[in-house]
Design a protein around this ligand. Structure first.
Ligand SMILES: *[C@@H]1O[C@H](CO)[C@@H](O)[C@H](O)[C@H]1NC(C)=O
Ligand SMILES: *[C@@H]1O[C@H](CO)[C@@H](O)[C@H](O)[C@H]1NC(C)=O
Ligand SMILES: *[C@@H]1O[C@H](CO)[C@@H](O)[C@H](O)[C@H]1NC(C)=O
Length: 341
């Protein structure tokens, strides 16, 4: 049934026609306030993309935990912000892996590093994560392993007292992974679809947002699943583009500077942009990234107070915030009485 509807939507899309969006709320997630999306887990406090950082985010009242995907040599999904490992793990101190140092181009840059797709899952599990931001707590370096996608989903499903924790996997550089996976007659999208199916995420209202910067990848997904799809962008987005995206996407994930522009030299608020209103008029939700507590990420006018930043963004109608500090956002909602029922 579900698969049939996805095929029908895909057919309409190919004809350039609009698909009638279900427009139903996502199962179990709050609708009376914006979503608290824990960016890489509670990654301001613990090394990102670890089971421990995801669990902490759940304890700190996140609605959704977010995960970027990479594929291992033995075609397992793991959670990593980028496919290379040196910045966030102790790989450089493993003599047995020194022959894995390689050079690849992706994201338009050339990188010499150790890459997840050259390691089996078992090998990756011998590494330990480190905090890559020097201004954050280094005390947990060497404590936690890389999380698999299955372990991440298990955290989201391990909830009590009726809460729902959404998941938010990102297809990261899928074209790059697919160039490797072609030898195995599969794609990153197929691997993710199989896994999501196995975990029961198949419906338009399932608490699972699939995100990507790669529009082709999302178009492919829209032909195979009804799950809500979120197109990510760091760039301004025209009305024509929004209309096009609204035919197969649930929403947009946008850099916060596209909503409230900050002058990078003075860190002054430069101007508000009408992106959210325009997206809403195209029936697209807007989730924005990345909200961080450290003063260097906050506009001067916010007075080093992350609540002031949310005060600026919430009235503009943002539907969800990707934050490294989910507890702060949850406390903000309580303080401002955008409370849960
Ligand atoms: C890996 O990171 C360490 C610092 O933690 C640095 O000294 C080393 O040069 C890096 N290696 C590569 C290949 O980037
Ligand atoms: C499930 O949650 C409980 C309570 O929060 C915790 O003690 C346990 O370790 C969790 N298990 C997994 C597999 O995440
Ligand atoms: C490759 O995968 C496609 C789709 O999954 C399948 O139809 C085809 O038979 C496969 N080919 C080989 C050589 O395995």
């Amino acid at each position: 049934m579900t698969f049939k509807s996805a095929v029908a939507r895909c057919f309409l899309l190919a004809l350039g026609l609009q698909w009638q969006k279900p427009n139903r709320p996502i199962d179990g997630l709050p609708t009376n306030r914006p979503l608290i999306i824990a960016h890489r887990g509670s990654s301001g406090l613990l090394p990102e993309h670890t089971v421990e950082a995801y669990q902490l985010a759940v304890q700190q009242s996140a609605d959704v935990i977010e995960c970027d995907l990479a594929v291992t040599k033995d075609r397992q999904l793991v959670c990593l912000h980028v496919p290379w490992l040196n910045g966030t793990t102790d790989v450089a101190s493993h003599p047995e892996f020194q022959d894995r140092l390689k050079t690849f181009s992706m994201f338009g840059i050339t990188i010499t590093d150790y890459f997840a797709f050259d390691f089996t899952l078992q090998e990756l599990k011998t590494l330990r994560k480190v905090q890559q931001n020097s201004f954050r707590n280094q005390a947990y370096n060497g404590e936690f392993p890389i999380a698999t996608f299955d372990e991440y989903v298990a955290v989201a499903k391990n909830v009590t007292n009726g809460r729902t924790i959404g998941i938010y996997p990102e297809l990261k550089v899928p074209k790059f992974f697919n160039s490797i996976l072609a030898a195995h007659n599969t794609t990153m999208e197929e691997i993710l679809l199989e896994s999501l199916q196995r975990h029961g995420y198949t419906e338009a209202t399932s608490p699972c947002f699939v995100q990507s910067f790669d529009e082709d990848s999302l178009r492919f997904m829209s032909c195979r699943t009804e799950l809500p799809l979120v197109f990510l962008t760091n760039d301004e987005i025209s009305d024509g583009k929004m209309l096009e995206l609204s035919k197969f996407c649930y929403g947009l994930g946008v850099k916060k500077n596209l909503i409230v522009e900050i002058d990078p030299s003075s860190m002054d608020v430069a101007r508000e942009i009408d992106l959210v209103a325009r997206a809403h008029s195209n029936k697209l939700k807007v989730h924005s990234f990345t909200f961080q507590n450290e003063f260097q990420f906050l506009a001067w006018q916010y007075g080093a107070d992350p609540y002031r930043e949310y005060d600026k963004f919430v009235p503009l109608g943002v539907d969800g915030f990707f934050t490294d500090y989910p507890w702060t956002l949850s406390n903000y909602f309580k303080t401002r009485c955008l409370c849960d029922d």
